[in-house]
Ligand binder design. Structure first.
Ligand SMILES: Cc1cc2nc3c(=O)[nH]c(=O)nc-3n(C[C@H](O)[C@H](O)[C@H](O)COP(=O)(O)O)c2cc1C
Length: 272
């Protein structure tokens, strides 16, 4: 009798045996777990793919909002895309400081270009910790009603303590006085390095100057003012010296010869 039963069970196919097994058998438990994982991962992947265009639009809007804020013209009542139309984007060739029409400034991707060997260089002297520097950068001009440049918004980025900080510096029309500085992306520690977003610390940048009357770059973020004086000094963040050193290095890099200095001299000389 038992021999017959065993023989019958051996003859059952794999699927039959699986279906006949109790609900809490190891086989069925593993099957349900794997099936659940597969279905969940398919749903997550589909959601990620479907939401990517929305995420890209939102990321662009967030960047535009930051440009409006750093230029001091952000109004939450006005649609960001509509307000952003006030800016004139231009792609600058960093080495010459001249505008280029090789790229469409409304779609030029600074970050992608900085990773492409055809449009970037690897840095041997790299105080901002960015490894590669794009040869081109998108800047934003804000003009007054008469068409004269009122503010210039320059992109900046560089390494802090834990992350690369991405932001903008807004300069007055003279290309030397700082109107504002703002980061729109970083992963520094809340309460420490992330205090770069504290409105009181950001307000310290207003009215500071990049270069002295001899054209020497003097702007610095440090615990104590340098000999150049208060006009060029921003207090380092308390308890976040390392992020502050990063901000100091990246601002000096981008405002210096390797960054926007050639463009700023063109601006000062009225060559744009
Ligand atoms: C969990 C943790 C997170 C930290 N995050 C930061 C940070 O984001 N930026 C920073 O400069 N220092 C950060 N620090 C502190 C640094 O290690 C270092 O002590 C500090 O930069 C020195 O600044 P101080 O000379 O002003 O005290 C962090 C420390 C800890 C323990």
């Amino acid at each position: 009798m038992s021999d017959t039963t065993e023989n019958t069970s051996e003859k059952k196919g794999f699927i039959r045996r699986f279906l006949d097994a109790p609900a809490d058998s190891v086989g069925k438990t593993v099957f349900v777990a794997v099936a659940l994982c597969l279905v969940a991962s398919m749903i997550v992947s589909a959601a990620a793919v479907a939401l990517r265009p929305t995420q890209e639009v939102n990321a662009l809007k967030d960047k535009q909002r930051n440009i409006l804020q750093v230029a001091g013209i952000y109004d939450p009542e006005i649609d960001v895309v509509e307000a952003f139309a006030a800016f004139e984007p231009q792609v600058v060739e960093l080495a010459t400081g001249a505008f280029t029409d090789q790229f469409d400034p409304t779609t030029f991707d600074d970050r992608a270009a900085a990773e492409d060997p055809a449009t970037s260089v690897a840095l041997s002297d790299d105080p901002a910790g960015i490894i590669r520097k794009g040869n081109f950068a998108t800047i934003y001009l804000l003009r007054d009603d008469a068409g004269a440049i009122d503010k210039v918004i320059l992109p900046i980025h560089g390494y802090g303590l834990w992350s690369t900080l991405y932001g903008f510096v807004a300069l007055e029309e003279n290309g030397n006085d700082i109107f504002a500085l703002q980061f729109y992306e970083h992963a520094e520690t809340p309460g420490l390095g992330a205090e770069v977003d504290n409105p009181r610390w950001k307000a310290l940048w207003n009215g500071k100057k990049l270069t002295d009357e001899n054209g020497e770059l003097q702007i610095n973020v440090s615990k104590a003012a340098t000999a150049a004086g208060a006009d060029y000094h921003i207090d380092a963040l308390a308890g976040a010296t390392l992020t502050s050193v990063g901000v100091n290095n990246l601002v000096q890099f981008w405002m210096g010869e390797a960054g926007f200095a050639p463009f700023l001299s063109n601006l000062k000389e009225g060559k744009l």
